[in-house]
Write a protein that binds this ligand. Sequence first.
Ligand code: GLA
Length: 591
Amino acid sequence: MTTPASVTLALGPDCFLRNGARHRILSGALHYFRVPASAWEDRLLKYRACGLNTIETYVAWNAHEPQPGRFDFTGMLDLARFVRLAGSLGLDVILRPGPYICAEWDLGGFPAWLLTDPTMKLRTTHAGYLEAVARYLDRVIDEVRPLLAHNGGPIVAVQIENEYGSYGNSRPYLEWIETALIERGVKELLFTSDGPEDSMLQGGTLPNIFKTVNFGSRANQAFAKLTEYQPAGPLMCMEFWCGWFDHWGKAHHTRTAEDAAATLDEILSAGGSVNFYMFHGGTNFGFMAGANQDERYFPTVTSYDYDAPLDERGEPTAKYHAFRKILAKHGARIELVPPTAPAHAYGNVALTETAPLFTHAATLPAVRSHDPIGQEALGQNHGFTLYRTHVSGPRPAARLHIEEVRDRAHVYQDGVFVGVLDRDQPHPGISIAIPSQGSPIDILVENLGRVNYGAIHDRKGITGGVRLQWQWLTDWEIYPLDLTQLPDALPWSPANKNAIGSCTPTFHRGTLQINTSAPSDTWLHIAGGHGVAWINGFCLGRYWSIGPQLSLYVPVSVLRSGSNELVLLETEPNEIPTATSEEKSRIKPFV
Ligand code: GLA
């Protein structure tokens, strides 16, 4: 038996050396956990056709270890399969295992259960944190060890942490991650990546570790800053932001192909290597979209289209073709672009049955507690939590306050909707008068995604308490509704066509009928308020009429010929959602 020839990637004085020869890395980010596994090959071939020679991916720790010690590397999470596939297509792989990845992904890739420790300090040498990181790295490196270049695999470089200089300046912590990788057998090129700013390059780099920078424009300026910290060696942009992501309620981001191509030209003309972030973004399926917190909290949309060269369903855009030209001009080996199967419109989905969320919750065992408990302490990673208490009466009107609400609470008195409290939006509280027999108060809190950058210790649910004026309310029944898996037995009944929508959150069910033997990708335009969609039990993610995203990507891999079950959970009072399968995605125009 012959052992596969191993690839070596090393640093030359002004370029990379691949197997000893001068080499420019032309790489594109592709997050396997955001793209159905059956589409990986199509995307990889399109990367290669554009002239790329390398694939870069993060590893999303929280997707792989949803509960402590329970790992999943199957299906869309089969990292080893993804890396092998890239290698079999002649592509090198850059691995960025974090443990922190940012990436507009829930809690920057950290499992939410890390936050059950009230003293947790993520991205530090906190003992409990490092213990969990060690166990994660054991498992991930076991998974990819045979795929490291020195073992004959395609992984040629591995990143230490991620833009650590944007967060902290602990040299011992960064060194710990470096040592952890080396101790587990990583012999490949190690590197850090940071923004091209002094504070970031000072906090995020290590003296003997290769440094790279991340930017979207002004390449020469960024490389000049990098050179101050690393006078010799190849120039590499580890994240060339050729597009950007969107938040709910804000304008959709676009960047013209010409503008992005001009920056690419600048990078390549400077002799630089590049990793396009993103080359194809994919989708934040399920509840995995993250959020940002600056002047206030902004949750990230379900789509991770990113205005990237390949759109959310892998179709080449004008940017793809513009990049391909520039790459070819700089000597990249481009190929014929593989065709993309068209998307298809299957029309309206009649939603014929409904099931109230609260009726479902009543079938679940309640957690009883003196005070409200946050989601992490409830063992809940995602979704909704229903908090119920009973207030004695009579009482005149008083204001109900939640401290803190993470992220959005719908409040009901006697089963009737009385108002919404949003995280960190100034609110005078909700006025509630209690009748003589007292009132049940229900608070449904939705987790809209954990902050993935900056203030990342983002615990969810009700993190403190609830008070009526200044009286703290106690004796709660709590129902964790982590809807990552759609519950099997929902209390369905035929939808009443004449009814106005329910005032409490309601599941709506219907059939997407596909009358051809070979289904196609489609876009589901949902008009309604706000909620979550599942097709054939697969969670497509959140929808929200505030936009900018107005349709959800439905990949062919989750569809079948014949009947497809669509379920929507509509959370807004009196909204009756409608769903239409269309051949194009819709974006809300902002003025
Ligand atoms: C940084 C992070 C990435 C991503 C981009 C923005 O560069 O390293 O993970 O969050 O910002 O898309």
